[in-house]
Design a protein around this ligand. Structure first.
Ligand code: ADE
Ligand code: ZN
Length: 334
């Protein structure tokens, strides 16, 4: 199955660190990981819930030491994304997590941004950089990191909110989002992944986000669904992630097709593809097989990904035109 051009809107760059690269960087940087080798590391990729994944995700970040390590990870993602048909990517990075282990902002943000600055020429992928903040840490810490990013002129386009969701509601972060909005940044936040659907409402009403990461639990509230449909709030759904983190019992029970039929603005994304069994193309292929998606369904999901993006209007229109041609059965674009 070939795919139309895609935008990937929900992607944690640290979640693209493949086990092989983790072991390579650990050896190169002299980092002692708790696992003896590649096989033992691979055995860790069985998760009970979001927290059990986050424990491994943060532990593996230890191998990212130099600016070039961040650049190498970013190049590896863009190369894989190009093969998946991604033409625009909005990439989250967790600078706060790196600061906690003594890696400064210039190293983490700088290493990723060095590669993104040339992503369109080098990979044919336009990119947006999102600094994500850790909701299980104090808001004051996030505010200081945002001030530091702004003071250094970091090339960030948006802010996000991630990490452990339950008991860390969006309302804790109003001041952070007010500051980011005043600085001209776009706003996204994880909500309704493991947390209740009231967090989706809070993200919209209190943080005034442009889109919601995940949002699948919105289905528990009919009034909220009607609002999300009416306002066409983009929801960046991550099917394989939801199954691996047991937010959804199986792919068969995933509500994405129901969400599409309800008229929600849903897109398909990979979240942390090195951990959840697939990049965005694999997410699409698993869905297509499970639900017998039609060409029109795939085109609708792809179009939503560009409509929910922060891509330049010209880029967005160019890609939407290509998706319409793909839907009509024309040959895939190179
Ligand atoms: N950080 C990386 N991946 C995440 C996810 N799926 N949810 C919350 N925080 C994350
Ligand atoms: Zn995520």
């Amino acid at each position: 199955m070939n795919l139309p051009p895609l935008a990937e809107l929900h992607l944690h760059i640290e979640g693209t660190l493949e086990p092989e690269l983790i072991m390579e960087l650990a050896a190169r940087n002299g980092v002692d990981l708790p696992w003896g080798g590649l096989e033992e590391l691979r055995e860790q990729y069985r998760f009970e819930d979001l927290q059990s994944f986050l424990d491994l995700y943060y532990a593996n970040m230890a191998v990212l030491q130099r600016r070039e390590d961040f650049a190498e990870m970013t190049r590896a993602y863009l190369e894989r994304a190009r093969q998946a048909g991604v033409r625009h990517a909005e990439i989250m990075v967790d600078p706060q997590a790196h600061l906690h282990r003594g890696v400064d902002l210039a190293t983490s943000i700088g290493g990723v941004a060095d590669v993104l600055a040339r992503s369109e020429q080098d990979y044919g992928i336009s990119t947006v950089l999102i600094a994500a903040f850790l909701r299980d840490h104090p808001v004051e810490e996030a505010q200081q990191v945002l001030e530091d990013l702004l003071a250094m002129g970091a090339p960030i386009d948006a802010v996000g909110l991630d990490s452990a969701e339950v008991d860390n509601p969006p309302e804790k972060f109003v001041a952070l989002y007010d500051r980011a909005r005043a600085a001209g940044l776009r706003l996204v936040a994880h909500a309704g992944e493991e947390g209740p659907c009231s967090y989706v409402s809070q993200a919209l009403d209190l943080l005034r986000v442009d889109r919601v990461d995940h949002g699948v639990r919105c289905l528990e509230d009919d009034a909220l669904v009607r609002r999300l449909v009416a306002e066409q709030v983009p929801l960046t759904v991550c099917p394989l992630s939801n199954v691996r983190l047991r937010g959804v019992a199986s792919l068969e029970e995933h509500p994405i097709t129901e969400m599409l039929r309800l008229g929600l603005n849903v897109s398909v994304n990979s979240d942390d593809p090195a951990y959840f069994g697939g990049y965005v193309d694999e997410n699409f292929r698993c869905l297509a097989e499970e639900f017998d998606l039609t060409r029109a369904d795939i085109a609708a999901l792809a179009a939503n990904s560009f409509r929910g993006s922060f891509a330049e209007p010209r880029r967005r229109e160019e890609m939407l035109a290509l998706i319409r041609r793909w839907e009509e059965g024309e040959a895939p674009t190179p």
